[in-house]
Unconditional design. Structure first.
Lengths: 213, 458
């Protein structure tokens, strides 16, 4: 195991970094899209209901199947991995964004409008900051969930640690196959913890002390 | 120095006032012209309301729940758009202008302050100036100035978050925020509804002091008729559908309720309620010796001997009373200190006699210290003073011309007076017609002139 690690240290590091970077970027993209969709829906009960159902159904689609389906339109490589990861990231964040925005006290919004904030200003300066802790909680769920999905993206030749797992499993019993799988799994867990830590830190920095629990 | 506070005030006045020629009166006249608001097909929430709110005055809206007070208030800043009718502020029709811009020029205070919990107190107060693109330094100066105005030490409270304040303090910040850009009009919807009675009394008195300094036009919605009597220059009593039952001064309404509805609304004890019309500053405030902490004790004792008194009041460095000390205690000190001072009740000079009496009785004391602007010591008031004042309360309100207020659909004529100031006046004849239509204030009385004089003496 020791020699396996020392021999392949550079590859492991670079694959870990790719894995991390893939998840982080998809998370970022998904957050922006989720907030955008939530902003369009949250004022209407019907639209919020639709968005919630879609995200509930979306989470039941097996990631492996969805990745496979993406090969036809997008080919192999980074593109299908990004699309599928962003999709899965999107769902918990969208749910939380809807809950968070709907939970903002009406009287606060009215106070903001009453002192002359436009509805746009009210959204960005009042509603979004108030909903932000809930949205961030959704981001943490998404980050954990898509760490695993990102590993599967090796199936479409996506970047990251998945290739170690796939190649290890395909020659199970062969030289270093077990080490390959274990190394990748441990690395995925470690970077998941690191990302979660970073999101916690982001919360510390961006959630106003006035609304922290 | 271009950033001085004085400069700010004058420039703000010019910028924000609706009519630049009226910079002396900071308030603005508001006229609701035949305004109707209906939600859906039902009976209108506010029906054909015409109401004049004089510049620089405090007008109280009272009436039963659901009668349209909030709806009327929110139509002034167009948080609620009127279904029909016009709203005119200082001669400018604001019914069609951009609502957000309009609201930046009108202060708005709601129950519990409506502070944004994720922003500090300072940031909350600076919200409107920031939207108006003031520079940073000017916003900071203005924020501190306003916190001082509402009796909050900026050093302590500026960087706190709303959840770190008491309910009363939050409410004060709400008032400071509404005043930030020096708007000519302040709309307040049951602002003191969520605080305990003692805090409410203090907040009311502070508002009176602030208003005495600033002379805004204040429209204030309340459930509490006593609050209306205490704070209002004018009171509008509404019925269902925004129907005006009476529009008059507190004195007029208490002395001559227009009809049964108003009588019921005022409730029993209208006589005692008149105690709520007289303020502490209007009665005889006695002088008692008072010394500032740190003064030479021997001199103080000498003063007391001269005056022949046994107790003196200790003031803090800002002239605010801390408590009583006896001459004995002073004799044992080198400089005046507050360590052994006995607490005693304090009332503001703008408190009503009603409240002052209450405060003294609750504290079990036969006198109380009187404080003026920003809590500075003025003198003392005694229970005897209050009792003497009851005898002198006049049941004879002064003659004042009531602003326009009715639901008939008639629109008052615009009259342009001297120096371009627009005022609203009803024709003599029109006024008379209103009264016959049973819709103007004083409708119960056949001769409005006589009612105005209020000449029946008890
Ligand atoms: N958004 C709305 N949709 C439908 N009806 C409304 C709406 N807002 C208010 N109303 C109705 O309009 C009428 C006046 O309401 P408003 O809030 O002005 O009353 P109010 O005098 O402020 O009462 P309160 O003293 O209880 O605050 C009420 O009958 C109320 O039910
Ligand atoms: Mg109301």
């Amino acid at each position: 195991m020791g020699s396996y690690l020392s021999d392949r240290w550079p590859q492991i590091l670079s694959a870990s970094w790719q894995h991390f970077s893939l998840v982080a970027q998809c998370l970022l993209l998904a957050t922006v899209i989720a907030i955008f969709i939530a902003a369009l829906c949250y004022r209407s009960k019907t639209l919020s209901g639709v968005a919630n159902s879609v995200s509930a159904v979306g989470l039941t689609i097996p990631s492996f199947a969805l990745l496979g389906l993406m090969i036809a339109p997008l080919g192999f490589g980074v593109a299908p991995a990004v699309v599928v990861l962003t999709f899965y990231c999107l769902l918990p964040i969208l749910r939380n964004a809807l809950v968070g925005l709907a939970g903002v006290d009406r009287s606060l919004i009215e106070a903001a409008r009453g002192i002359g904030m436009s509805s746009m200003e009210t959204f960005f300066k009042v509603e979004l900051p108030m909903a932000w802790p809930v949205i961030l909680a959704g981001m943490r769920v998404s980050a954990q969930m898509t760490m695993g999905v990102a590993a599967i993206s090796a199936y479409v030749l996506g970047p990251g640690l998945g290739s170690f797992i796939f190649s290890g499993l395909s020659r199970l019993g062969g030289a270093n196959s077990f080490e390959s799988v274990v190394t990748a799994v441990v690395a995925v867990v470690v970077i998941a913890l690191i990302l979660d830590g970073l999101l916690l830190l982001l919360g510390r920095l961006t959630i106003s002390r006035g609304i922290r629990a | 120095m271009p950033n001085s506070t004085a400069d700010h005030n004058s420039s703000t006045g010019n910028k924000v006032a609706f009519n630049p020629s009226m910079t002396e009166i900071t308030g603005a006249t508001i006229l609701l012209e035949n305004v109707t608001k209906s939600y859906g097909a039902k009976k209108a929430a506010v029906n054909q309301l015409t109401l004049e709110i004089p510049a620089g005055k405090t007008v109280m809206f009272v009436g039963p729940s659901g009668c349209g007070k909030t709806t009327t208030l929110k139509m002034i800043n167009r948080l609620i758009e009127p279904t029909s009718g016009r709203i005119v502020i200082n001669g400018e029709d604001v019914t069609t202008m951009n609502g957000d811009e309009l609201r930046r020029r009108i202060g708005y205070v709601i129950q519990a302050g409506g502070l944004l919990p994720h922003l500090t107190v300072g940031a909350n107060v600076g919200l409107v100036p920031k939207m108006l693109k003031w520079d940073k330094q000017r916003i900071a100066d203005r924020t501190d100035e306003l916190l001082e105005l509402v009796s909050l030490d900026p050093e302590i409270y500026r960087d706190r978050y709303p959840k770190e304040l008491s309910g009363g303090q939050q409410q004060r910040v709400g008032v400071a925020r509404a005043l930030a850009a020096d708007p000519p009009v302040l709309l307040m919807d049951e602002p003191f509804g969520a605080v305990d009675p003692i805090t409410r009394q203090r907040l009311q008195e502070e508002l009176i002091h602030v208003q005495a300094e600033l002379h805004k036009t204040i429209v204030f919605v309340t459930h509490d008729f006593d609050e209306a009597v205490k704070l209002g220059d004018w009171i509008v009593i509404f019925n269902e559908g925004g129907k005006i039952e009476q529009y008059g001064t507190p004195e007029q309404i208490l002395a001559h309720p227009a009809n049964e509805f108003v009588e019921d609304f005022i409730g029993s004890g209208a006589g005692l309620k008149q105690l709520g019309l007289t303020r502490v500053r209007d009665v005889d405030i006695r002088q008692a010796p008072a010394f500032t902490v740190g003064e030479d004790a021997a001199t103080a004792v000498a003063h007391m001997n001269e005056a022949g008194v046994l107790r003196a009041i200790v003031l803090d460095s800002r002239d605010r009373p801390i408590g009583w000390v006896t001459r004995r205690q002073l004799e044992r000190m080198t400089t005046v200190g507050a360590a052994h001072a006995r607490q005693f009740p304090v009332v503001s000079d703008s408190a009503t006699l009603d409240d002052a009496l209450d405060t003294m009785l609750v504290a079990g004391s036969s006198d109380a210290a009187v404080t003026g602007s920003r809590g500075a010591y003025q003198g003392i008031i005694t229970v005897q003073t209050v009792i003497k004042a009851i005898d002198h309360i006049s049941a004879d309100p002064e003659e004042v011309s009531t602003p326009v207020g009715h639901n008939t659909g008639a629109i008052p004529k615009l009259a342009t007076g001297e120096n371009g100031v627009i005022s609203y006046a009803m024709d003599e004849e029109e006024t008379a017609t209103e009264v016959e239509n049973d819709s103007a204030p004083w409708a119960e009385h056949s001769d409005p002139a006589e009612t105005h004089r209020g000449s029946e003496r008890a």
